[in-house]
Each structure stands twice: as C-alpha cells, then as structure tokens.
Ligand binder design. Structure first.
Ligand SMILES: O=C(O)[C@H]1O[C@H](OP(=O)(O)OP(=O)(O)OC[C@H]2O[C@@H](n3ccc(=O)[nH]c3=O)[C@H](O)[C@@H]2O)[C@H](O)[C@@H](O)[C@@H]1O
Length: 326
C-alpha cells in the first residue's frame, strides 16, 4: 500500500495510546479520518488522556501490556503501527528496571512480530537517550553515543538501543518489513502530568503550587525542548516517508536548566503568582550533561523542522496545568 498520499483512511495501531504523546497522536490520527486501535497497559498512561474521545466509532482502546504477544487480541487488518509504549520519565523507568527492559526488548519484538504478520509498516519511537552523555555536540544520527551499560539509566538507554537493533535485525531478516525509527528529544506539552517527574511538568507544577522549582544538579546541564505538535508532525512525516534509517526529531534550541528554570519562574509569575524561587538538589547519576539534536537529516529527508518557539509552547502548557488545578 502507498502510505505517502493516503487519501484512503488507514487502520493504525498506537501502542502507549494513553500516554502523553500517544494520546495526542491518537487525536491527530482520528482527526485525519483514520481508524485507530490504541493499546496501553495504563502503568504510566492514563485513560483520562483519552476520555474526551468518548465512543467514537473509529477508535478502540485495549488494555494490554506489549510484553505479552498481541496475536490473541483479534486486531484484524493493520496498515501502520506507531510503537510508543514505554515509561519515559526517569523516575518511572527506574522504578522497575527489569520491566522497562522487557518492554523495550520483548515488547518491541512482539510489535515487530505483529507488524510482520500483518504486513504493517512500523514506526518505533526511540530516544535521544541512545546518545547517553554525549561527547559529540549537537548529536547527529551517525553518532554512536556514550552510554553506561551498567547503571541507573541503563534499563532505558540500553533498552532503547536494543529496540533499535531489533528493528534493524528484523528488517535484515525480513526485507519486506517496513521500519521507521524516530529518535525523539525532550518533548513537552499538555497531558504531561505534574507527577510525571520530567523537568518541564515538574518546574511548571511546582511553580504553580507555590513550591520552589527544584533543579537536580548545578543548573548547567542542557536540554533542547520540543513542543508535542512539532514532534507529532515529524513522526507522521517519517512514517509516511520511505526512509529506514533513524531520524532525530527534536528542537535544537538549547537551554541550561538554570536558564530554563528562570524562564518558567518568570512566565508563571506573569500569571499573578508570587515570585518563584529555585532550589538546588543533588544530580541524579548518569544524568547527561548536554543534549541538542542535529536535525539536518529530518530537514533534508522529511522537509521537517520544529516551528513552535519555547515560550509559545510553555504558555499553552502552563495554561493546561492551570486548568488541571480548577
Ligand atoms: O523527554 C525526553 O525526551 C527524555 O526525558 C528523559 O530524559 P531527561 O532529559 O533526563 O529528562 P528530565 O527528567 O526532564 O531531565 C532533564 C534535566 O532536568 C533535570 N531535572 C529534572 C527534573 C526536575 O524536577 N528537576 C531537574 O532539574 C534533570 O536532572 C536533567 O538534567 C528520559 O530519560 C527520556 O525518556 C526522554 O526521551
């Protein structure tokens, strides 16, 4: 099937459908007229993220952990699979590291088997964490990374690396199996809960609650933040391209955590909240020092680059967090 110009609605499976990014992807695919099957184990995703869809005819949500094969689910014909299922926040993926590794390895294997059996194209969501604590800056896809194989983050970093290797190996063994690999860099937006633990929702949630913003480390670590709508546009373009190598999907705007905390503090104060203070806590082990995507490949192959400036995305995200508190 030609996926590039699909005027025809497709049947699309999204794993991790109740998560922050997965639920937004489901919304977008339904808006485009596709039929969507969502899979989620609800360990980190929440049914609340999909509640607004109601009983839409074109959407079905299944409670299933991808660590178990999906063949018994009677899914019928599938054209495309977006594999997003995996805890992504360090506090979540480190809670049960064996389970995180199983999701990355067995889960991805199960999804690849399904894709093979259904003759479906699969887009696997990998991560900037495959570059570890990078020694090349910014990070192009050709960089092999600097990952600690034996530490607190290994379950996720190595898990995501083995998942990429599995996609590659399946494509080698079964050349007709169409794979796409997106390396997603720090993404934020509405539906990433205050309790998620990642920096954007933690800073905003704490600031709105009148708590100090907590920087873990000395504030010099850098990250590059992408608004979710840009990320989804990149994922869609990649899925519908013919490109089988990994592609970075991220926003190259780089900020130190101190700069970022000051921006959040200022923007939350503008909402009439008292002045927000910053506290420094110990740095988590193996926390990468820097991170910034080289997006030349995405620009060239997909004609994609992010369009939402940080302050614009943050404004919408802060408004969503305010709504949650009503
Ligand atoms: O969102 C992402 O793309 C990535 O986020 C995380 O990686 P990380 O960059 O460490 O994400 P955060 O936990 O948001 O941390 C970013 C920086 O902020 C710091 N941080 C985090 C949380 C906090 O409350 N305060 C704080 O200063 C961290 O130490 C780190 O230096 C995950 O490991 C990846 O799943 C995911 O791909």
């Amino acid at each position: 099937m030609d996926h590039t110009n699909h005027l025809m609605p497709l049947r699309i499976l999204v794993t991790g459908a109740a998560g922050f990014l997965g639920s937004h992807l489901v919304d977008l695919l339904l808006e485009k007229g596709h039929e969507v099957i969502g899979i989620d184990s609800f360990e980190t995703g929440s049914p609340k993220n999909l509640q607004h869809i109601g009983d839409a005819q074109r959407f079905r949500l299944i409670n299933h952990n991808i660590q178990t094969p999906l063949e018994g689910l009677q899914l019928g014909h599938i054209d495309q699979i977006f594999n997003l299922a995996c805890p992504a926040s360090p506090i979540h993926y480190q809670k049960d590291p064996v389970s995180t590794l199983k999701t990355c390895f067995r889960g991805t294997e199960n999804i690849l088997e399904l894709a093979k059996n259904k003759n479906a194209r699969i887009l696997h969501t990998s991560t900037s964490e495959v570059y570890g604590d990078p020694k090349v800056h910014p990070q192009p896809e050709s960089y092999w990374g600097n990952v600690n194989p034996f530490g607190a983050r290994s379950c996720y970093d190595e898990g995501k690396r083995v998942a990429e290797a599995l996609c590659y190996a399946y494509h080698e063994n079964y050349p007709d199996l169409e794979i796409r690999i997106a390396r997603i860099f720090n993404t934020y937006g509405p539906r990433m809960a205050h309790s998620d633990g990642r920096v954007v929702s933690s800073f905003i949630g704490d600031a709105l609650d009148g708590e100090n913003i907590k920087i873990t480390g000395d504030g010099t670590a850098t990250r590059s933040f992408q608004y979710f709508t840009d990320c989804l546009d990149g994922l869609q373009r990649l899925m519908n391209s013919n490109y089988t190598q990994p592609v970075n999907i991220g926003n190259p705007g780089e900020f130190s955590m101190r700069e970022f905390a000051e921006i959040v503090a200022e923007m939350v104060s503008e909402k009439g909240k008292p002045k927000v203070l910053i506290t420094y806590l110990p740095r988590p082990s193996d926390d990468p020092n820097t991170r910034k995507p080289d997006i030349s490949r995405a620009k060239e192959i997909l004609g994609w680059e992010p369009t939402v400036p940080l302050r614009e995305g943050l404004k919408k995200t802060i408004e969503w967090h305010i709504e949650q508190r009503k």
